[in-house]
Design a protein around this ligand. Structure first.
Ligand code: IPM
Ligand code: MN
Length: 372
């Protein structure tokens, strides 16, 4: 297969971690005989510095003409905490999601078997956690009308959702549940918000056409609590833009590090892949960032193009690195392995061995081959 991948590595540790993902994809190309062509584009603070805009037209064109986008992270490196600027690096990402109509953000949360000790939660609570957050990505409070009064004393962000916006992601969530444990949890704030009540109404109606799927409703405050008390109960979490942002970071902590979780943002004709973590500015250039989220995002690119065996080979290489303790300091404070070493190890152990073929998707994570 031949794929053109737009590489938008952005700011902070973005370039370091995406570099490891590219290494892995190049290795997949070599081992499995595919051609992946990477084309770099500017986004975020670096794009503002070079062009005055967080998302130059050239980058949008590049993304539209590519098969997939591998994204890093964005944030102003000089002004980490000042989010007041008129031109915001983050807008590069938010605008790109809208330009490409990437309405569905898919964030799988799994606990790595060899990392159960790294979680702040008890092993017995987190072992076997495996759920996916389906976060609506281009509507809601993020993208509604925004304003601040002249005096700077009153501000507003309008939250709007339409039936069409809710229903297109809801269908994806129900379809995904069909191939999993057949449960969808809709997370909202229907006791306080009109938009949440619309989500409930639309999702309930859609659930009638998926009779085999169990639909559960949870308010956001119950959901954050249940995720800590019993994360195994979740299969697919369906939710709006902001609640999904919050829940997915919480999901990262369950597994021991937010540096482990990948995501796919998918629309009808484009797809972007990025770690869920942020820029980690204080570690930029120190070879300390965890490249796993970006590498697993690369595995999600392979999934997206139905390169199942290839994706599995990447995931197995990641799991092997963890089993051997080849992890960055966020997981093992005195680790001597940095971003590069972990990336090299994973890339160099990607194989198309017979043994890999004996792993089914579920058994990979359990470390059991299907034929035993
Ligand atoms: C994410 C990020 C973004 C978001 C920021 C950078 C705007 O936190 O992808 O989760 O909130 O969507
Ligand atoms: Mn986030």
């Amino acid at each position: 297969m031949k794929l053109t991948i737009a590489l938008l590595s952005g700011d902070g540790v973005g370039p370091e971690v995406t570099h490891q993902a590219v290494k892995c994809l190049k290795m997949v190309g070599e081992v499995f005989g595919h051609k992946f062509l990477f084309k770099e584009g500017l986004v975020g603070a670096i794009a503002i510095e070079k062009t005055g805009e967080p998302l130059p037209t050239k980058t949008i064109e590049l993304c539209k003409n590519s098969d997939a986008i591998l994204f890093g992270t964005v944030r102003d490196p000089k002004n980490n905490q000042n989010l007041d600027g008129k031109i915001k690096p983050e807008n590069g990402l938010l605008q790109l999601r809208r330009e490409l109509s990437l309405f569905s953000n898919i964030r799988p949360v799994k606990v790595f078997p060899s990392l159960v000790d790294k979680s702040p939660l008890r092993k017995s609570v987190i072992r076997g956690t495996d759920f996916v957050v389906y976060r609506e990505l281009i509507g809601g409070i993020y993208h509604g009308e925004k304003s601040t009064n002249k005096e700077g004393t009153v501000a507003k962000d309008v939250c709007t959702y339409s039936e069409a916006e809710i229903s297109r992601i809801a269908h994806l969530a129900f379809k995904a549940a069909k191939n999993r444990r057949k449960k969808v949890t809709l997370v909202d704030k229907a006791n306080g918000l009109e938009t949440s009540r619309l989500w409930r109404k639309v999702v309930r109606k859609i659930s009638d056409s998926y009779p085999e799927i169990q639909l559960q409703n949870l308010f956001i405050e119950e959901a954050v609590m249940q995720m800590i008390l019993n994360p195994r109960q979740f299969d697919i979490i369906l939710t709006s833009n902001m609640f999904g942002d919050i829940l997915s970071d919480e999901g990262g902590v369950i597994g021991g590090s937010v540096g482990l979780l990948p995501s796919a943002s998918v629309g009808d004709s484009h797809a972007l892949f990025e770690p869920i973590h942020e820029v980690f500015l204080e570690k930029k250039g120190t070879n300390m960032a965890n490249p796993v989220a970006s590498i697993l995002s690369a595995a999600m690119i392979l999934d997206h193009f139905h390169l199942d065996e290839e994706s599995r080979a990447v995931v197995i290489a990641v799991l092997n690195a963890m089993k051997k303790g080849i992890v960055t300091p966020d997981l093992q404070p005195n680790s001597t392995y940095g971003t590069n070493e972990v990336g090299d190890y994973i890339a160099n152990t990607i194989t198309d061995s017979e043994e890999n073929l004996t792993f089914s998707r579920e058994n990979i994570w359990l470390g059991k081959s299907t034929i035993i």
